[in-house]
Every structure is written in structure tokens, then in C-alpha cells.
Design a protein around this ligand. Sequence first.
Ligand code: 4AD
Ligand code: MG
Length: 430
Amino acid sequence: MKTTIAKIGQYVDQEVTLGAWLANKRSSGKIAFLQLRDGTGFIQGVVVKAEVGDEWFQKAKNLTQESSLYVTGIVRKDERAPSGYELTVTSFDIIHEATDYPITPKEHGTEFLMDHRHLWIRSRKQHAVLRIRNEIIRATYEFFHENGFVKVDPPILTGSAPEGTTELFHTKYFDEDAFLSQSGQLYMEAAALAFGRVFSFGPTFRAEKSKTRRHLIEFWMIEPEMAFVEFEESLEIQENYVAYIVQSVLKHCAIELKTLGRDTSALESIQAPFPRISYDDAIKFLHEKGFDDIEWGDDFGAPHETAIAEHFDKPVFITHYPTSLKPFYMEPDPNRDDVVLCADLIAPEGYGEIIGGSQRISDYDLLKKRLEEHDLSLDAYAWYLDLRKYGSVPHSGFGLGLERTVGWISGAGHVRETIPFPRLLNRLYP
Ligand code: 4AD
Ligand code: MG
């Protein structure tokens, strides 16, 4: 029976065949242990000399790392194995013999591993992180579809800049200038006024000269947008969504979390509601903690965010930032015009901001004024202003950065390990 490692538990004490690669091996005079991987998981294959004979035992001992094989064997239940099973190998065929695989079981430096990212993603830990990424994407679609959201795909090539003009990737669009999307939000607002509740999932681009463990040049964002939803209700949707993906990973990625040594008790407590702290109170809190360098009106840096996050064991919303710190489209607080109805969600354990969101301005005149104040072209944004001209409604939305979220949930130390082929300040290869 041909099967995969993920499904092998259905065949205990039966003979199965796997297509697999040799991840690693060790052997003695009588027995060889083959660490096999097939993409769905890892399993140990045991080759016993007395059972396969001299010739095949030698072949097993000489197998090279990352050679591809068809392996046949009997499935054994084994409580100690991470997968819960082991394979007693009866025979195997070598499909392709690999020579001098560069990533050996010894330690390698980060730059070396990044240069071999196309191979590194086969390694146990990298594989586990990217499987967790896959589960977060799966759970995202499930959550939004179950809650009546429609998936809408905004364009990647755009003529406008939702998050400010300094970090745009510029390109030529025939005779016109164009930018790679830094957020699909403005288009998602149009979609929300057509479909009610929508979400997008796609790549976004920021030409940020930041070289931190939280910044990518190309990252993927989930951007929900909701008509007739005001600020508070949007926060409730955000906390339910984030709790949902964390619980889905706990449920479906137990082996991966174990492979990564992730402390799952910290994840189990991630249930809605999440705490909220206003920007004003966050500044006071930071002063009490001895951060004398920050004043009202300053943006938070990573140490500030981490200090606030450490105070809570769940993600925390920092709300009502000064208008001057945020983009042009945010709805002012009705009680004071120096802050806006926005929130950033800060992940625990120092992983930083994973969501930015707000209620959007719904008044035509105010939005026009803001565009002018930000020196943005009324022509380029004419379509966006139209949304306030024809049946404007209160609406809110947010963007969740996938890689930072994967980083937090998987415990990966750097966003470069949370995306298959990271685009970093100094890296376009592979
Ligand atoms: O806070 P940001 O810039 O918000 C927006 O783009 C809004 N238009 C979203 C919306 O309301 N629809 O980005 C949202 C999230 C951040 O919280 C962060 O998680 C992630 O995107 N992010 C990055 N992730 C990796 N590398 C970068 N350079 C990132 N910049 C933002
Ligand atoms: Mg932000």
C-alpha cells in the first residue's frame, strides 16, 4: 500500500511503501536507523541486517543524505517516536542518489543557511515553521468563511499609497508610474461597500530600510474590512480571529510545536477577550517603568512595545494613537480630535505588532481635507473619495502581518524563517 508519513497510523502492522528522502542516518554493525522525510512528516526506518541480508544492509549504510527513495516496510506503533510510529524496513529502491548535500547535521551559520534556503526548508525546524504558517492560512480562510466574509483580491500594481509614500516600490506601468501594493486596504474598503464583510490575503511590499527580526521587504497580509462595523466591534472580531488561529495551530500542529520546543501553555491561554490600553495610558505606564525618553506624540519602538506586552500574558491592543502618528484615513475620536479610533495589537513575548487597524473616515469633507493635508493627489484618490459620496457607512478594518504572527506562534526568532523565500534588505537570492 502506497501512503504518506502523515497517514501511516492507519496501517499499523501492515506493509506500506513511502516515497521519501533520507534526512539523516546512523548505524551499527547490525542495525541502521534511517531518518526519513516525505514532506508530510518524519519517521524512523529501521533496517536490520539479519532481515534484509548483507548486500541491502550495506546499501542502507551507504545511503547519502537527501537521496530519494521508495521505502517499503512494516508500520510499528512506537510511543517514543515523535510521530508515534516506526517503520521496519523490508526493502527500498534508490530513486536518485544525492552527493555532498551542503546542509549537514553540524551547525551552520545563518548566512550559509539563507544562501541555501531552497534546501534549508527541508530541515525539520524550518519545515515545522512553514507547516504552522500553512495552518494559520487554512484557519484564516475557515474563520472568515464561517463568519460570513467574502474573499476579495485587491491589485498588486497600484497608483496610490495607503501607508505613506516613503516606503513604496516604484515601477513603470508602460508610460505611467506605478507602485507595488503596500496594503490592499483602500480597495478592500470599496469591496466592503459592495459585499459587507470581506477579507484579502496577499503579498505586500515595503521598501523599508529596516534590518530587524520583524521586518521583511515582501510580506503577506490578511486584510479584513467590514461595513457597518465600528471601532469596538472590530476589536472583538480581531481578538476572536487571533484566538481562533492560535487554537487551530495547537489542535493541528502538535508535532510541529514539539519539534520547535514551543511552550504551548503560553499559547493555550490565548483566548478572547484581550486587554486594551490607550496610548495615553501606555505612555504613563512606560514612564512608571523608567522609560524617560518617550513623550506623548512619539511612536513606540520595539523596547517600548515589549515592555507593554510583558505586562500582559495575552496580546494587547494599544488604542487611540495621536492623529499625527497614523495614516490619513483614520476616523478621529468623536470626543477629542488629537487621537484616532485605531488599535495596534502587540503579541506577547516580544514579537511586536501583529495587527494594525482602525475605523475609517466616512465623511467626505473630512477625508478630502486629510488627503490635502497629506499632500496626496485628489485625482489619484477620486475613486476612494467616491466611497464617501455614494452611500457612505461607518466601517472598520485591519491588517494582520502573517510572518510576525507565524513568528510568535511558532516561536521562530526571526521573520526570515517564517516565509519560504524571504526578501530582506540585502537578500534577493534564492
Ligand atoms: O500597520 P500596517 O502598516 O497597517 C496597514 O498596512 C493597514 N493598511 C492594514 C489595514 O488596516 N488593512 O501593517 C499591518 C501589519 C503590521 O501590524 C505588521 O504585522 C505587518 O503588517 N507588517 C510587516 N510585517 C513584516 N515586515 C514588514 N516590513 C511589515 N510592515 C508591516
Ligand atoms: Mg502598523
